[in-house]
Design a protein around this ligand. Structure first.
Ligand code: URA
Length: 232
């Protein structure tokens, strides 16, 4: 692919704007400043603009360790969007493949591939999400059974789909909950329906994609091909 076409697609600029960036010496290919628009770049080329790596145009997939205090939307009048934690070009093309509440931490997937994210968020696909939950009050002995049978949430017609619960620490009111749908505030509403209250909520996995333990809150990384392909 020609370098100017590559810049148009990755940076969302016009051919003329790409030529200006090149003339200014803002673009390097394999470490060398390149000003010629017609040179060819391939998968093997490392193209940087203003010292920022530009991947080959194509779908992008990331995992983010969302900290508390950030929202999963492009704009919010009260809180910063989690998008500010990403340093990528063409941010307006990216979206969250399933949201977390402002006070929930953990795994968030971000992509520009709408079909892929649909397989995560659509109730039809029943993609499992696992949350670590800390409750305010003691874990009831009948919780696991009730969650497996389905819970009647306020203002919903249907029971929730069967969910799996595993106690982590009784003394700490800590458990793991796996659900396969994503209704608004679902986990908080499930425990409210059981007469309890979620104190802290953290998402550990989506399908077979686990939150990378090497990431600190606020950090992100590209997904591996294996992780991308695991969402079916
Ligand atoms: N369920 C909730 O209640 N909140 C979240 O952020 C995610 C699932």
């Amino acid at each position: 692919m020609r370098l100017d076409k590559f810049l148009c697609e990755t940076l969302g600029v016009t051919r003329r704007e790409a030529t200006i960036l090149l003339r200014r010496g803002e673009v390097t290919v394999d470490g060398n400043v390149v000003k010629v628009a017609s040179i060819k770049v391939t998968e093997a080329s490392r193209v940087e603009w203003q010292e920022r790596y530009l991947p080959m145009p194509g779908p992008r997939y990331f995992m983010l360790y969302k900290p508390e205090g950030f929202v999963c939307s492009h704009e919010d009048s009260n809180n910063p969007t989690a998008f500010v934690l990403l340093d990528e070009v063409n941010m307006d093309k990216l979206h969250f493949a399933g949201r977390l509440d402002v006070d929930t931490t953990g795994l968030v997937l971000i992509t520009d591939d709408g079909q892929w994210s649909h397989r995560i968020t659509s109730p039809k696909h029943k993609c499992e999400k696992t949350y670590r939950v800390w409750l305010e009050d003691a874990i009831g002995e009948d919780y696991a059974d009730q969650l497996a049978q389905g819970i009647q949430l306020r203002n919903e017609k249907e029971l929730t789909l069967p969910a799996k619960m595993e106690v982590v620490d009784f003394a700490n009111n800590e458990l793991l909950l796996t659900i396969s749908e994503g209704k608004y505030h679902q986990v908080k509403r499930m425990f409210a329906a059981l007469g309890n209250k979620v104190d802290q909520l953290h998402r550990e996995s989506i399908g077979r994609i686990q939150l990378d333990e090497t990431l600190e809150p606020g950090e992100y990384r590209a997904l591996s091909n294996e992780e991308i392909a695991s969402i079916v």
